[in-house]
Design a protein around this ligand. Sequence first.
Ligand code: ARG
Length: 467
Amino acid sequence: MTMKLWGGRFTKEENELVHDFNESLSFDRRLYRQDIRGSLAHVTMLARQGIVSEEDKEAIIRGLKGILQDLDEGKLEFTKEYEDIHSFVEATLIRRIGEAGKRLHTGRSRNDQVALDMKLYCRDEINELHRLVKELLKQLLTIMEDNLDTYMPGFTHLQKAQPVTLAHHMGAYFEMFYRDCQRLQDVRERLNYCPLGSGALAGTTYALDREYTAEILGFTGPALNSMDAVSDRDYVIELLSALSIIAMHLSRFSEEIIIWNSNEYQFVELDDAYSTGSSIMPQKKNPDIAELVRGKTGRVYGALMSILTVMKGLPLAYDKDMQEDKELTFDAIDTVKGCLSLFTGMLSTMKFRKDIMEASARKGFTNATDAADYLVNHGVPFRDAHGIVGQLVLYCIERNMALDDMSLEEFQAVSPVFQEDIYEAVSMKTCVEKRVTAGAPGQEAMRKVIDRCRGRLKELKETERAE
Ligand code: ARG
């Protein structure tokens, strides 16, 4: 009796629980544009193959376009009773245009439909990500062009090592983000095969023209194995892996900015818009945005680990587990897009304290190797030269001065080999400008690299236009 009392209610609630657990409309609604784009291509092909009539095709296309417009304008609401975006769009179409709407799903399954939607979505987002990384590259190039003679310490082990320039340091990040652009292009190229027409897993009995739908949708061609096509999420994994690498690069860069912005360094000054004060300590200006970009790396890596884990035990072909690809992919894409735009903004408004950077390089004995080289060039064996400069460094540290703050007498007290031209030999300018091997910080070498970088940016643009 008691059982029966809440038994009916339990069944009802359980059904609701099952629906809520199973549904994806709450998040895959963001695929509506891709879903409709896919359906438009599918029905166009169905009509050309004589599988649906021209008249039905026209009605379906009109219906789909109306749904698209109403969703864009917020005039149509996603109602909870539908399981996913595919059933929502189809049901809405049938409600609006009647019988003809029921012919849209001919020769199609939600399995190839969702695979298509997700591919189209990833491709669209890759284009946007590519654009955002390019914006960052442009900003880096501007800083490089402006700072060929901004001397600063180069570090190893976060210890001042040898002098470099800000152009050179930024150039290192240019390389990283350039590779990121290439990686995104690679992912786009490899994913660009159309799953539509694979049906549930084994193709269909209708005479579909898969080449044609692939072409309409801008794919290189149809995917060649229908079981693979409905269950392949490699491109999601590749994209998340490319995003993880971008996040890692942004995080390293953020870390440097956080260090450079600290009281101890003061190499940079963040714009007020990209920093916040403390509610209790009036002297503080915190690099919150850089810290958040660094912190958000965690969720992007997390998304990659999640999808790898979701996919690892799945038997062919489609399994519902794959629905789990969406939220984490959306989140990782949103996160990286946000990080990229904010980072570029932060970089373009940040001030570099060139005087402090150069002074830091001088005070850090980054020219000690060059002082030893000076002695070697004047006949002193390297091992002795190393010892002599070591003594000089100790002398300077005790007096809190830089090598070139010493008088010639002080130099000569340690080694008579030193002459007036030692000042020129250990100036930051000389130390950097002598480094002219390809890829080194010397202006001559750096200018060549900058020219190449300009060319590479242009090539990236051209690739995009060629699509
Ligand atoms: N919402 C599903 C997903 O994202 C769509 C495919 C459903 N297919 C199925 N046979 N239940 O994976």
